[in-house]
Design a protein. Sequence first.
Length: 416
Amino acid sequence: MWFRWQSLTLWKRILIAFMLAVALGSLLKVLGLEQVAAGFEPVGRLFINAIRMLMVPIILTTIIAGVTSLKDTSRLGRLGAMTIGLYLLTTAFAVSIGLLMATLIRPGAGISLPEVGGESDLVEAPTLGELLLGLVPENPVAAMVEGNVLQIIVFAILLGLAINLAGEKGAPVKRFFHSAAEVMFKLAHMVMELAPLGVFALIVWVIGELALVELLSLVWIVVTLYAACLLHIALVYGGCIRLLGRLKPQHFFRGIVDAQAVAYSTATSAGTLPVTLANVQRNLGVSKNVSGFVLPLGATMNMDGTAIYMGIAALFTAQALGVELTMTQYLTVVLTSTLASVGAASIPAAGLIVMPIVLSSVGLPLGAIALFFPIDRLMDMMRTMTNVTGDSMVATLVAKAEGELDHEVYDAPAVE
Ligand code: ASP
């Protein structure tokens, strides 16, 4: 039995675990046995810890290995520009889809917003200036200790460039990081064997925790978010893969199932990064150079699901108050949601934390934040899955454009 289970491919094991968890979680919830569901939390946390443990060393080693493999440095600039361009473009589409779905479904109609009084004390949203200044770490070790992904990326790119410039003298350091990157991937592989169990425990626990009363009154916002994210994934990502990449979308989606399941159950795209890297390289044939650069950047700055959430929250608030947004306000929402999603950390509930940036940019009160709090996890899971899918899509397109996509791997009939 155990042997047969282990002989199934990982994504099948994860999906089966996911479905069993939904069944068990729902059963426990119906029977009122939330306590039992809560007992699964430590196992889930153990899995989250294990994948987060990989995050910093993987980002550092893969980026340095990637940068030191690029022979000419001007390619790095081109790669960066293409990546960031695609990230921003898809995010602007994402907010627009969120706004469209919220206009159609009207999740805020008839809802009364709680007063949270003036500015929310939930957050201190960073300004754009702070965001830019914060890119360069004062102390790279501190950046690693704090898990500040953007700062680690900047340090790793600079270190990689310096290794290239040092030529022969830098060669041992280069070899060290290439070898370290390989070792980290082996470790990621080991941790991923825990994924079915981790996903199972997390989903049972989350279902047990669901605040049903709040969920019932806010069911339409959840429906709107899920519909907008799924539409964005199918239309924008599927469309880009087909039209810009001239590749088969079904192969793309099949190749990243593990990453999507882990993103959905853990609600952190930075934490999912090791899995995303492994999927994109092994199942889609994206080179290490491209994925090692594009994915860590995407995990921090590309959050389409989060941007969709921002757009929906703004319209939700306007609908609850019975006010119509003007065209300028719509455009402001698109712009600030894009920026807020870039600034959001890739950790659970980050979307809620940056929401005031968007709401206050168009003068809306912050009551929605308090309202969404009890059911945020359910929406966070979908946002995170969308975020991770978007990163993988851009990595695939950039690899294709750079001639760094192994078509034999991408077109292989099945993912093993
Ligand atoms: N949890 C999301 C992520 O890690 C961010 C969010 O809260 O929207 O991608």
